[in-house]
Design a protein around this ligand. Structure first.
Ligand code: ADP
Length: 449
Protein backbone atom coordinates (compact mmCIF):
# COMPACT_ATOMS: atom_id res chain seq x y z
CA UNK A 1 0.00 0.00 0.00
CA UNK A 2 1.03 3.62 -0.47
CA UNK A 3 3.15 5.39 2.15
CA UNK A 4 1.55 8.78 1.58
CA UNK A 5 -1.08 10.12 -0.81
CA UNK A 6 -1.00 13.67 -2.16
CA UNK A 7 -4.45 15.01 -3.06
CA UNK A 8 -4.16 17.26 -6.11
CA UNK A 9 -7.49 19.00 -5.64
CA UNK A 10 -9.54 21.22 -3.33
CA UNK A 11 -13.06 21.56 -1.92
CA UNK A 12 -15.42 18.71 -1.17
CA UNK A 13 -13.60 16.16 -3.34
CA UNK A 14 -10.29 16.76 -1.55
CA UNK A 15 -12.10 15.98 1.73
CA UNK A 16 -13.77 12.97 0.19
CA UNK A 17 -10.40 11.47 -0.82
CA UNK A 18 -8.84 12.44 2.50
CA UNK A 19 -11.55 10.53 4.39
CA UNK A 20 -10.90 7.37 2.38
CA UNK A 21 -7.14 7.64 3.01
CA UNK A 22 -7.75 8.13 6.76
CA UNK A 23 -9.88 5.00 6.87
CA UNK A 24 -7.16 3.03 5.10
CA UNK A 25 -4.49 4.42 7.46
CA UNK A 26 -2.62 6.28 4.71
CA UNK A 27 -1.15 9.71 5.63
CA UNK A 28 -2.28 12.56 3.36
CA UNK A 29 -0.75 15.68 1.86
CA UNK A 30 -3.00 18.57 0.84
CA UNK A 31 -1.91 21.07 -1.77
CA UNK A 32 -3.44 24.51 -1.92
CA UNK A 33 -3.29 27.93 -3.51
CA UNK A 34 -2.78 31.07 -1.42
CA UNK A 35 -6.56 31.62 -1.68
CA UNK A 36 -7.16 28.32 0.14
CA UNK A 37 -4.95 28.76 3.22
CA UNK A 38 -7.98 28.32 5.49
CA UNK A 39 -9.73 25.61 3.47
CA UNK A 40 -10.98 22.51 5.25
CA UNK A 41 -8.89 20.09 3.17
CA UNK A 42 -5.77 21.93 4.32
CA UNK A 43 -6.88 21.79 7.96
CA UNK A 44 -7.71 18.09 7.90
CA UNK A 45 -4.73 16.73 5.97
CA UNK A 46 -1.66 15.46 7.82
CA UNK A 47 0.56 17.87 5.87
CA UNK A 48 0.00 20.66 3.40
CA UNK A 49 2.05 22.38 0.73
CA UNK A 50 1.22 25.75 -0.84
CA UNK A 51 1.62 25.38 -4.61
CA UNK A 52 0.98 28.87 -5.92
CA UNK A 53 -1.25 31.93 -6.28
CA UNK A 54 -5.07 31.76 -6.65
CA UNK A 55 -5.55 31.23 -10.41
CA UNK A 56 -5.90 27.47 -11.10
CA UNK A 57 -3.34 27.52 -13.90
CA UNK A 58 -0.72 28.73 -11.39
CA UNK A 59 -1.66 26.30 -8.61
CA UNK A 60 -4.05 23.35 -9.03
CA UNK A 61 -3.05 22.96 -12.70
CA UNK A 62 0.63 23.66 -12.12
CA UNK A 63 2.26 20.27 -12.74
CA UNK A 64 5.86 21.18 -11.73
CA UNK A 65 4.64 22.59 -8.39
CA UNK A 66 2.58 19.48 -7.68
CA UNK A 67 5.46 17.14 -8.54
CA UNK A 68 7.73 19.25 -6.31
CA UNK A 69 5.16 18.94 -3.50
CA UNK A 70 5.32 15.14 -3.87
CA UNK A 71 9.10 15.19 -3.65
CA UNK A 72 9.15 17.51 -0.63
CA UNK A 73 6.55 15.52 1.26
CA UNK A 74 7.60 12.06 0.15
CA UNK A 75 4.18 11.20 -1.31
CA UNK A 76 4.32 8.08 -3.49
CA UNK A 77 0.84 8.43 -5.00
CA UNK A 78 -1.43 11.22 -6.21
CA UNK A 79 -5.21 11.23 -6.23
CA UNK A 80 -6.40 13.86 -8.73
CA UNK A 81 -10.09 13.99 -7.70
CA UNK A 82 -12.23 15.26 -10.60
CA UNK A 83 -11.66 18.30 -12.83
CA UNK A 84 -8.21 19.98 -12.72
CA UNK A 85 -5.57 17.36 -13.73
CA UNK A 86 -7.76 14.27 -13.37
CA UNK A 87 -7.97 13.62 -17.11
CA UNK A 88 -4.59 15.00 -18.10
CA UNK A 89 -2.55 12.22 -19.72
CA UNK A 90 0.64 14.28 -19.61
CA UNK A 91 0.30 14.60 -15.83
CA UNK A 92 -0.09 10.81 -15.53
CA UNK A 93 3.02 10.35 -17.70
CA UNK A 94 5.08 12.83 -15.67
CA UNK A 95 4.13 11.19 -12.37
CA UNK A 96 5.07 7.85 -13.86
CA UNK A 97 8.49 9.20 -14.85
CA UNK A 98 8.96 10.27 -11.21
CA UNK A 99 7.91 6.86 -9.86
CA UNK A 100 4.79 8.35 -8.32
CA UNK A 101 1.55 6.41 -8.81
CA UNK A 102 -1.32 8.25 -10.48
CA UNK A 103 -4.50 6.95 -8.83
CA UNK A 104 -6.38 6.51 -12.07
CA UNK A 105 -6.11 4.77 -15.43
CA UNK A 106 -3.05 4.59 -17.68
CA UNK A 107 -2.07 7.71 -19.65
CA UNK A 108 -2.87 5.78 -22.83
CA UNK A 109 -6.48 5.12 -21.78
CA UNK A 110 -6.91 8.75 -20.70
CA UNK A 111 -5.67 9.84 -24.14
CA UNK A 112 -7.97 7.51 -26.08
CA UNK A 113 -11.06 8.58 -24.15
CA UNK A 114 -10.10 12.27 -24.18
CA UNK A 115 -10.43 12.34 -27.95
CA UNK A 116 -14.12 11.94 -28.73
CA UNK A 117 -13.66 10.44 -32.20
CA UNK A 118 -11.10 7.94 -30.91
CA UNK A 119 -13.31 7.18 -27.90
CA UNK A 120 -16.32 6.49 -30.10
CA UNK A 121 -14.26 4.22 -32.39
CA UNK A 122 -12.97 2.34 -29.35
CA UNK A 123 -16.48 2.01 -27.92
CA UNK A 124 -17.73 0.54 -31.21
CA UNK A 125 -14.83 -1.88 -31.34
CA UNK A 126 -15.64 -3.02 -27.78
CA UNK A 127 -19.31 -3.68 -28.57
CA UNK A 128 -20.82 -0.56 -26.93
CA UNK A 129 -23.78 0.94 -28.84
CA UNK A 130 -23.01 4.42 -30.25
CA UNK A 131 -25.02 7.29 -31.77
CA UNK A 132 -25.20 6.87 -35.57
CA UNK A 133 -22.89 9.35 -37.26
CA UNK A 134 -19.72 9.95 -39.24
CA UNK A 135 -17.05 7.26 -38.79
CA UNK A 136 -14.44 9.95 -38.05
CA UNK A 137 -13.81 13.66 -38.48
CA UNK A 138 -15.66 15.29 -41.38
CA UNK A 139 -13.31 17.31 -43.53
CA UNK A 140 -15.61 19.00 -46.04
CA UNK A 141 -19.22 20.11 -46.45
CA UNK A 142 -20.07 17.58 -49.17
CA UNK A 143 -19.02 14.65 -47.04
CA UNK A 144 -20.98 16.13 -44.12
CA UNK A 145 -24.10 16.53 -46.27
CA UNK A 146 -23.88 12.98 -47.55
CA UNK A 147 -23.59 11.56 -44.02
CA UNK A 148 -26.33 13.81 -42.65
CA UNK A 149 -28.69 12.70 -45.45
CA UNK A 150 -27.85 9.11 -44.63
CA UNK A 151 -28.55 9.33 -40.88
CA UNK A 152 -31.35 11.90 -41.28
CA UNK A 153 -31.80 15.40 -39.85
CA UNK A 154 -31.54 16.85 -37.26
CA UNK A 155 -27.83 16.22 -36.77
CA UNK A 156 -25.35 17.49 -34.20
CA UNK A 157 -21.90 18.76 -35.14
CA UNK A 158 -19.48 17.99 -32.29
CA UNK A 159 -15.86 18.88 -31.59
CA UNK A 160 -13.50 15.94 -31.27
CA UNK A 161 -11.62 17.72 -28.49
CA UNK A 162 -14.91 18.97 -26.97
CA UNK A 163 -15.82 19.34 -23.35
CA UNK A 164 -18.34 21.26 -21.28
CA UNK A 165 -20.77 21.34 -24.21
CA UNK A 166 -18.56 23.67 -26.27
CA UNK A 167 -18.11 23.30 -30.02
CA UNK A 168 -21.54 21.65 -30.41
CA UNK A 169 -24.09 22.84 -32.97
CA UNK A 170 -27.44 21.40 -34.08
CA UNK A 171 -28.36 21.44 -37.78
CA UNK A 172 -32.07 20.87 -38.43
CA UNK A 173 -31.85 20.94 -42.22
CA UNK A 174 -29.42 20.74 -45.16
CA UNK A 175 -29.45 24.55 -45.25
CA UNK A 176 -28.30 24.78 -41.59
CA UNK A 177 -25.45 22.34 -41.93
CA UNK A 178 -22.64 24.39 -43.43
CA UNK A 179 -23.13 27.20 -40.87
CA UNK A 180 -23.23 24.65 -38.04
CA UNK A 181 -19.99 23.11 -39.33
CA UNK A 182 -18.12 26.38 -39.60
CA UNK A 183 -19.31 27.73 -36.21
CA UNK A 184 -18.48 24.46 -34.46
CA UNK A 185 -15.03 24.42 -36.11
CA UNK A 186 -14.29 28.02 -35.13
CA UNK A 187 -15.51 27.49 -31.56
CA UNK A 188 -13.52 24.25 -31.19
CA UNK A 189 -10.37 25.79 -32.66
CA UNK A 190 -10.57 28.73 -30.27
CA UNK A 191 -11.46 26.68 -27.18
CA UNK A 192 -9.31 23.56 -27.68
CA UNK A 193 -6.73 24.42 -30.35
CA UNK A 194 -8.14 21.55 -32.44
CA UNK A 195 -10.91 22.20 -34.97
CA UNK A 196 -11.71 18.58 -35.89
CA UNK A 197 -15.47 18.00 -35.84
CA UNK A 198 -17.72 15.02 -36.46
CA UNK A 199 -21.43 14.46 -37.01
CA UNK A 200 -23.99 12.56 -35.00
CA UNK A 201 -27.72 12.00 -35.16
CA UNK A 202 -29.31 14.58 -32.85
CA UNK A 203 -31.59 12.88 -30.34
CA UNK A 204 -34.62 15.01 -29.47
CA UNK A 205 -35.72 13.80 -26.04
CA UNK A 206 -33.06 11.55 -24.53
CA UNK A 207 -32.18 10.92 -20.93
CA UNK A 208 -28.56 11.04 -19.77
CA UNK A 209 -27.77 7.67 -18.24
CA UNK A 210 -24.23 6.69 -17.26
CA UNK A 211 -22.78 3.40 -16.10
CA UNK A 212 -20.16 3.25 -13.34
CA UNK A 213 -17.42 0.77 -14.16
CA UNK A 214 -14.24 -0.39 -12.48
CA UNK A 215 -11.35 -2.36 -13.92
CA UNK A 216 -8.36 -3.86 -12.15
CA UNK A 217 -5.99 -3.32 -15.11
CA UNK A 218 -5.54 -7.08 -15.41
CA UNK A 219 -8.61 -7.84 -17.49
CA UNK A 220 -11.19 -8.05 -14.69
CA UNK A 221 -14.01 -5.54 -14.51
CA UNK A 222 -17.33 -4.86 -12.80
CA UNK A 223 -20.18 -2.42 -13.22
CA UNK A 224 -21.97 -0.70 -10.36
CA UNK A 225 -25.20 0.09 -12.14
CA UNK A 226 -26.23 3.39 -13.60
CA UNK A 227 -26.92 6.99 -12.63
CA UNK A 228 -29.54 9.16 -14.26
CA UNK A 229 -28.17 12.67 -14.71
CA UNK A 230 -30.80 14.04 -17.07
CA UNK A 231 -31.53 17.11 -14.95
CA UNK A 232 -28.95 19.50 -16.41
CA UNK A 233 -28.51 23.19 -16.99
CA UNK A 234 -26.14 24.19 -19.81
CA UNK A 235 -24.88 20.59 -19.92
CA UNK A 236 -23.98 20.80 -16.22
CA UNK A 237 -25.55 18.15 -14.04
CA UNK A 238 -27.72 19.49 -11.23
CA UNK A 239 -29.51 16.46 -9.72
CA UNK A 240 -28.48 12.81 -10.08
CA UNK A 241 -30.20 9.57 -9.18
CA UNK A 242 -29.38 5.90 -8.87
CA UNK A 243 -31.09 3.89 -10.15
CA UNK A 244 -32.56 5.62 -13.18
CA UNK A 245 -36.35 5.88 -12.85
CA UNK A 246 -36.51 4.94 -16.55
CA UNK A 247 -34.82 1.53 -16.54
CA UNK A 248 -35.96 -1.96 -15.67
CA UNK A 249 -33.74 -4.40 -13.83
CA UNK A 250 -33.18 -6.33 -17.07
CA UNK A 251 -32.05 -3.20 -18.93
CA UNK A 252 -29.70 -2.34 -16.06
CA UNK A 253 -28.10 -5.78 -16.08
CA UNK A 254 -27.84 -5.76 -19.86
CA UNK A 255 -26.19 -2.35 -20.38
CA UNK A 256 -24.05 -2.85 -17.24
CA UNK A 257 -22.86 -6.20 -18.57
CA UNK A 258 -21.97 -4.70 -21.97
CA UNK A 259 -19.94 -1.96 -20.25
CA UNK A 260 -18.13 -4.29 -17.85
CA UNK A 261 -17.20 -6.62 -20.72
CA UNK A 262 -15.85 -3.69 -22.73
CA UNK A 263 -13.77 -2.45 -19.80
CA UNK A 264 -12.39 -5.94 -19.21
CA UNK A 265 -11.43 -6.26 -22.90
CA UNK A 266 -9.74 -2.86 -22.78
CA UNK A 267 -7.69 -3.93 -19.74
CA UNK A 268 -8.82 -0.71 -18.10
CA UNK A 269 -7.57 0.17 -14.61
CA UNK A 270 -9.54 2.18 -12.06
CA UNK A 271 -12.89 3.95 -11.99
CA UNK A 272 -14.62 5.03 -15.17
CA UNK A 273 -17.99 6.25 -16.29
CA UNK A 274 -19.50 5.35 -19.63
CA UNK A 275 -22.03 8.01 -20.57
CA UNK A 276 -25.05 7.30 -22.76
CA UNK A 277 -28.02 9.09 -24.14
CA UNK A 278 -31.08 6.87 -23.74
CA UNK A 279 -34.13 7.23 -25.95
CA UNK A 280 -37.00 4.86 -26.79
CA UNK A 281 -35.40 1.94 -25.00
CA UNK A 282 -32.02 2.33 -26.76
CA UNK A 283 -28.62 3.36 -25.41
CA UNK A 284 -26.18 5.51 -27.39
CA UNK A 285 -22.60 6.02 -26.13
CA UNK A 286 -21.50 9.67 -25.96
CA UNK A 287 -18.28 9.62 -23.96
CA UNK A 288 -16.27 7.94 -21.24
CA UNK A 289 -14.88 9.80 -18.23
CA UNK A 290 -11.69 8.25 -16.92
CA UNK A 291 -11.97 9.47 -13.33
CA UNK A 292 -14.20 9.62 -10.27
CA UNK A 293 -17.39 11.62 -10.94
CA UNK A 294 -18.94 14.34 -8.79
CA UNK A 295 -22.06 12.18 -8.51
CA UNK A 296 -20.32 8.97 -7.39
CA UNK A 297 -21.97 9.04 -3.91
CA UNK A 298 -25.36 7.93 -5.27
CA UNK A 299 -23.68 4.76 -6.50
CA UNK A 300 -21.99 4.34 -3.12
CA UNK A 301 -25.38 4.72 -1.42
CA UNK A 302 -27.05 1.93 -3.39
CA UNK A 303 -24.07 -0.46 -3.41
CA UNK A 304 -22.53 0.24 0.01
CA UNK A 305 -19.14 0.31 -1.71
CA UNK A 306 -16.54 3.05 -1.12
CA UNK A 307 -15.39 4.00 -4.63
CA UNK A 308 -12.28 5.86 -3.46
CA UNK A 309 -11.17 2.81 -1.42
CA UNK A 310 -11.54 0.76 -4.61
CA UNK A 311 -9.55 3.32 -6.64
CA UNK A 312 -6.72 3.23 -4.12
CA UNK A 313 -6.72 -0.58 -3.90
CA UNK A 314 -6.62 -0.99 -7.67
CA UNK A 315 -3.88 1.65 -8.10
CA UNK A 316 -1.81 -0.16 -5.45
CA UNK A 317 -2.18 -3.40 -7.43
CA UNK A 318 -4.43 -5.11 -4.90
CA UNK A 319 -7.31 -5.67 -7.30
CA UNK A 320 -11.00 -5.07 -6.72
CA UNK A 321 -12.47 -5.97 -3.33
CA UNK A 322 -15.66 -7.36 -4.84
CA UNK A 323 -16.87 -9.45 -7.79
CA UNK A 324 -19.93 -8.71 -9.92
CA UNK A 325 -22.03 -11.44 -8.36
CA UNK A 326 -21.38 -10.05 -4.85
CA UNK A 327 -22.76 -6.60 -5.69
CA UNK A 328 -26.23 -5.94 -4.32
CA UNK A 329 -28.18 -2.86 -5.41
CA UNK A 330 -30.29 -1.60 -2.56
CA UNK A 331 -32.87 1.18 -2.60
CA UNK A 332 -32.67 4.55 -4.28
CA UNK A 333 -30.39 7.57 -3.92
CA UNK A 334 -30.53 11.19 -5.08
CA UNK A 335 -27.79 13.84 -5.04
CA UNK A 336 -28.35 17.61 -5.23
CA UNK A 337 -25.37 19.76 -6.18
CA UNK A 338 -25.38 22.82 -3.96
CA UNK A 339 -23.73 25.73 -5.73
CA UNK A 340 -22.99 29.19 -4.34
CA UNK A 341 -25.05 30.78 -7.09
CA UNK A 342 -28.18 32.85 -7.44
CA UNK A 343 -30.98 30.23 -7.80
CA UNK A 344 -32.66 32.24 -10.59
CA UNK A 345 -29.79 33.73 -12.62
CA UNK A 346 -27.10 31.22 -11.62
CA UNK A 347 -24.60 34.06 -11.22
CA UNK A 348 -21.79 32.97 -8.85
CA UNK A 349 -22.18 34.23 -5.29
CA UNK A 350 -18.84 34.02 -3.49
CA UNK A 351 -18.67 35.42 0.06
CA UNK A 352 -18.63 34.42 3.70
CA UNK A 353 -20.91 31.72 5.10
CA UNK A 354 -22.48 33.28 8.19
CA UNK A 355 -24.64 30.34 9.32
CA UNK A 356 -24.19 26.72 8.39
CA UNK A 357 -26.19 23.73 9.54
CA UNK A 358 -26.14 20.36 7.82
CA UNK A 359 -29.05 17.93 7.99
CA UNK A 360 -28.57 14.50 9.53
CA UNK A 361 -30.54 11.39 10.30
CA UNK A 362 -30.91 8.05 8.59
CA UNK A 363 -29.93 7.99 4.92
CA UNK A 364 -28.59 11.55 4.75
CA UNK A 365 -25.03 12.42 3.70
CA UNK A 366 -23.47 15.82 3.10
CA UNK A 367 -20.14 16.04 1.27
CA UNK A 368 -18.84 19.56 1.55
CA UNK A 369 -15.64 21.49 2.17
CA UNK A 370 -17.23 24.54 3.79
CA UNK A 371 -17.90 25.58 7.38
CA UNK A 372 -19.46 28.48 9.28
CA UNK A 373 -17.28 31.57 8.85
CA UNK A 374 -15.61 30.18 5.71
CA UNK A 375 -15.08 32.69 2.91
CA UNK A 376 -15.78 31.11 -0.49
CA UNK A 377 -13.04 32.40 -2.82
CA UNK A 378 -14.15 33.72 -6.23
CA UNK A 379 -11.51 31.83 -8.22
CA UNK A 380 -12.94 28.33 -8.52
CA UNK A 381 -16.16 26.58 -9.50
CA UNK A 382 -19.21 27.31 -7.38
CA UNK A 383 -19.93 23.80 -6.03
CA UNK A 384 -19.89 24.10 -2.23
CA UNK A 385 -21.41 20.79 -1.31
CA UNK A 386 -23.56 17.84 -2.21
CA UNK A 387 -26.59 16.55 -0.38
CA UNK A 388 -27.04 12.83 -0.90
CA UNK A 389 -30.12 11.00 0.35
CA UNK A 390 -30.84 7.29 0.37
CA UNK A 391 -34.12 5.46 0.89
CA UNK A 392 -35.46 1.93 0.48
CA UNK A 393 -37.28 3.09 -2.66
CA UNK A 394 -37.66 6.30 -4.67
CA UNK A 395 -40.71 7.47 -2.72
CA UNK A 396 -38.90 7.15 0.60
CA UNK A 397 -35.84 8.85 -0.88
CA UNK A 398 -37.91 11.84 -2.06
CA UNK A 399 -39.62 12.09 1.34
CA UNK A 400 -36.24 12.12 3.06
CA UNK A 401 -34.81 14.63 0.59
CA UNK A 402 -37.71 17.02 1.24
CA UNK A 403 -37.03 16.79 4.96
CA UNK A 404 -33.25 17.26 4.57
CA UNK A 405 -33.74 20.29 2.30
CA UNK A 406 -36.01 21.75 4.96
CA UNK A 407 -33.32 21.36 7.57
CA UNK A 408 -30.17 22.53 5.78
CA UNK A 409 -29.02 26.13 6.39
CA UNK A 410 -26.37 27.93 4.33
CA UNK A 411 -26.58 31.69 5.00
CA UNK A 412 -24.45 34.62 3.87
CA UNK A 413 -24.24 33.60 0.22
CA UNK A 414 -26.90 32.74 -2.34
CA UNK A 415 -27.22 29.04 -3.10
CA UNK A 416 -29.18 26.77 -5.42
CA UNK A 417 -31.05 25.22 -2.46
CA UNK A 418 -34.35 27.02 -3.31
CA UNK A 419 -34.29 25.35 -6.73
CA UNK A 420 -34.10 21.89 -5.13
CA UNK A 421 -36.93 22.76 -2.72
CA UNK A 422 -39.05 23.50 -5.81
CA UNK A 423 -37.93 20.43 -7.73
CA UNK A 424 -38.64 17.99 -4.93
CA UNK A 425 -42.33 18.99 -5.06
CA UNK A 426 -42.65 19.02 -8.83
CA UNK A 427 -45.00 16.34 -10.23
CA UNK A 428 -42.69 15.43 -13.18
CA UNK A 429 -39.77 14.96 -10.82
CA UNK A 430 -42.07 13.03 -8.50
CA UNK A 431 -42.84 10.50 -11.23
CA UNK A 432 -39.32 10.60 -12.70
CA UNK A 433 -40.72 11.80 -16.01
CA UNK A 434 -37.99 14.08 -17.38
CA UNK A 435 -35.41 14.22 -20.18
CA UNK A 436 -32.21 16.24 -20.69
CA UNK A 437 -34.17 19.35 -21.73
CA UNK A 438 -36.67 19.30 -18.88
CA UNK A 439 -34.77 21.57 -16.49
CA UNK A 440 -33.89 24.19 -19.12
CA UNK A 441 -37.54 24.32 -20.21
CA UNK A 442 -38.70 24.57 -16.59
CA UNK A 443 -36.29 27.43 -15.89
CA UNK A 444 -37.15 29.20 -19.17
CA UNK A 445 -40.80 29.07 -18.11
CA UNK A 446 -39.86 30.82 -14.85
CA UNK A 447 -39.47 27.75 -12.63
CA UNK A 448 -41.80 27.47 -9.70
CA UNK A 449 -42.15 31.28 -9.78
P1 ADP B 1 -19.16 17.45 -23.47
O1 ADP B 1 -17.92 16.63 -23.26
O2 ADP B 1 -18.89 18.73 -24.22
O3 ADP B 1 -19.95 17.66 -22.23
P2 ADP B 1 -20.92 15.29 -24.43
O4 ADP B 1 -20.67 14.48 -25.63
O5 ADP B 1 -20.73 14.65 -23.10
O6 ADP B 1 -20.06 16.65 -24.54
O7 ADP B 1 -22.38 15.87 -24.50
C1 ADP B 1 -22.84 16.80 -23.56
C2 ADP B 1 -24.33 16.90 -23.64
O8 ADP B 1 -24.75 17.31 -24.95
C3 ADP B 1 -25.07 15.60 -23.39
O9 ADP B 1 -25.24 15.33 -22.01
C4 ADP B 1 -26.37 15.89 -24.10
O10 ADP B 1 -27.14 16.75 -23.27
C5 ADP B 1 -25.95 16.66 -25.32
N1 ADP B 1 -25.70 15.77 -26.48
C6 ADP B 1 -24.53 15.19 -26.84
N2 ADP B 1 -24.68 14.42 -27.95
C7 ADP B 1 -25.97 14.50 -28.30
C8 ADP B 1 -26.76 13.92 -29.36
N3 ADP B 1 -26.25 13.12 -30.30
N4 ADP B 1 -28.09 14.25 -29.42
C9 ADP B 1 -28.64 15.08 -28.50
N5 ADP B 1 -27.95 15.65 -27.48
C10 ADP B 1 -26.63 15.37 -27.39
Amino acid sequence: MFKKVLIANRGEIALRVLRACKELGIPTVAVHSTADNTAMHVRLADESVCIGPPPSRDSYLNIPSIVAACEISGADAVHPGYGFLSENARFADILDAHNITFIGPTAEHIRIMGDKIEAKRTAMRLGIPVVPGSPGAVTNDDEALRIADEIGFPVLVKASAGGGGRGMKVARSREDLSVALSTARTEAGAAFGDDAVYIEKYLEKPRHIEVQVFGDGKGNAIHLGERDCSLQRRHQKVWEEANSPALTEEQRASIGGICADAIAKLGYRGAGTIEFLYENGEFFFIEMNTRLQVEHPVTEAITGLDLVHEQIRVAAGQGLSITQSEIVFSGHAIECRINAEDPKTFAPSPGTITHYHTPGGLGVRVDSGVYQGYAIPPFYDSLIGKLIVHGRNRAECMMRLRRALDEIVVDGVKTTLPLFRDLVDNPDIGTGDYDIHWLENYLAAGGAG
